[in-house]
Write a protein that binds this ligand. Structure first.
Ligand SMILES: Nc1ncnc2c1ncn2[C@@H]1O[C@H](COP(=O)(O)OP(=O)(O)OP(=O)(O)O)[C@@H](O)[C@H]1O
Ligand SMILES: CC(=O)N[C@H]1[C@@H]2OC[C@@H](O2)[C@@H](O)[C@@H]1O[C@H](C)C(=O)O
Length: 400
């Protein structure tokens, strides 16, 4: 047996594993690094979040990724160079975190790396008869393993697609294993660049569980701020949106996309919800001369309305469920207050109430997927009807 396989075998048999989960989302704000201790597997999974850091990306990183991000036409050389470069940057950031946490590579069992999504195109979006769902994440696992000296699992979304899914949202697996409760119905709402949620009914019925993208969370608001407010990356505390007035005609035009008519589950990204989408809605509604503040107020309301509508469709006549929020959008006070006003009977908590830092939740998810890949697999969570194939995800890279 190869020594690497022996090493993996030993890791799989440990009573607990230290796994670093990494997430670099559509907002391109930074790399989320979550050091987790995992025990057990499947529905017996226990996670302790030991350390968490978001390592901010510098302007060079953002520019290089944005040059190809969600674009149909790109410089192929730039794209190819990014694949190892992102991994090396992430490796440097992990090494920096480990030094700050006074840990060494030998202390860590596995890295679980999401990579950087640069293009997401479910079939429904590209509509090419002969092609299926596809998604592309950069940040090569071999480079990350060599740069850190730690066994790395990466590229989790491909197996999901190969087995019939859209490659997202993968949150459903971690949410089901970690947060299902027989005591309450739960909506796990993540408001990142794209908003998504997982429905966890208290019946614990795996056939009723699903996860879906909703539409924009912060992505349109962020893109608008970055285009029109030099030096600002997002609308901190919704200061600009709060100064504006919602334009009803623009709001209505923004809500017209066919994506919103589709049933759950479905996935999307900034390939659809971008500044061109906003311009088209402005043209269609004759609102091209609105002030920046009014546009931001409307974009903020747009995200809130679609989140509210998705939750209402899912919970239907149910009067009792709790929302557990996560992701950067939960720090947007205007967005959150509108959701609460529309759902006055619903308690909105955060995953901190379930012992997981809400900013770390997605990174923790990938640590869970890596744990399942190496040490799990006894019970398979699947629901083909809801686009949840029961597969093992992640490609394994050894450090030498
Ligand atoms: N104080 C705040 N006020 C308003 N918005 C905020 C605040 N803090 C964070 N945000 C928003 O959260 C975003 C970052 O969210 P997050 O890190 O969850 O996104 P992501 O993980 O990249 O997205 P995705 O889950 O779609 O991949 C910021 O770009 C900003 O829009
Ligand atoms: C293709 C891709 O990277 N999708 C992300 C993105 O960010 C939020 C939403 O869109 C979600 O579908 C997904 O990420 C989370 C982690 C998921 O798969 O659950």
């Amino acid at each position: 047996m190869h020594a690497h396989i022996q090493q993996l075998y030993a890791i799989a048999n440990k009573p607990s594993r230290l796994i670093i989960g990494l997430m670099s989302g559509t907002s391109l704000d930074g790399l989320d690094v979550a050091l987790c201790r995992l025990r057990g597997d499947g529905l017996n999974t226990q996670v302790e979040l030991l350390r968490f850091a978001t390592v901010d990306y510098d302007d060079n990183y953002k520019q290089r990724v944005k040059a190809v991000f969600a674009k149909r036409e790109v410089d192929l050389q730039a794209l190819t160079l990014l694949n190892p470069w992102i991994a090396l940057e992430h490796g440097r950031m992990i090494n920096q975190c480990l030094a700050a946490w006074q840990l060494s590579a030998a202390d860590i069992d596995l890295i679980a790396s999401h990579g950087q999504t640069v293009f997401h195109c479910p079939k429904r979006q590209h509509q090419l008869a002969a092609e299926g769902n596809a998604t592309l994440q950069l940040g090569d696992g071999d480079h990350l393993a060599v740069a850190t000296g730690i066994i790395t699992l990466s590229d989790f979304r491909q197996k999901h697609i190969a087995a019939g899914g859209e490659g997202a949202p993968l949150a459903v697996y971690g949410d089901y294993l970690l947060f299902s409760s027989k005591f309450e119905n739960r909506i796990m709402l993540n408001i990142g660049g794209i908003a998504n949620f997982t429905w966890l009914p208290k019946t614990l019925d795996a056939q009723a569980v699903f996860s879906t993208d909703i539409g924009p969370g912060n992505t349109l608001m962020d893109a608008y701020i970055q285009r029109h407010f030099a030096g600002q990356y997002y609308d901190k505390d919704a200061r600009i949106a709060k100064a504006g007035v919602v334009s009803k005609p623009l709001l209505q035009a923004l809500q017209q996309d066919a994506f919103f008519q589709l049933s759950f589950p479905k996935t999307t990204g900034p390939e659809v919800f971008n500044l061109a989408y906003l311009s088209q809605a402005q043209q269609a509604s004759g609102t091209s001369t609105l002030s920046h503040a009014d546009i931001m107020a409307t974009l903020n309301r747009f995200s809130a309305e679609m989140i509210i509508s998705a939750i209402e469709q899912t919970t239907n006549t149910l009067d009792k469920f709790v929302i557990y929020a996560s992701g950067g959008g939960m720090h947007n006070p205007l967005l959150m207050s509108h959701i609460q006003q529309a759902l006055p009977q619903v308690s909105i908590k955060t995953t901190a109430d379930l012992a997981i830092n809400p900013d770390a939740k997605e990174a923790v998810l990938f640590a869970i997927l890596a744990n399942e890949c190496v040490a799990g697999g006894k019970q398979k969570f699947s629901n083909a009807r809801e686009g949840i194939p029961g597969v093992t995800m992640g490609k394994i890279s050894f450090a030498d």
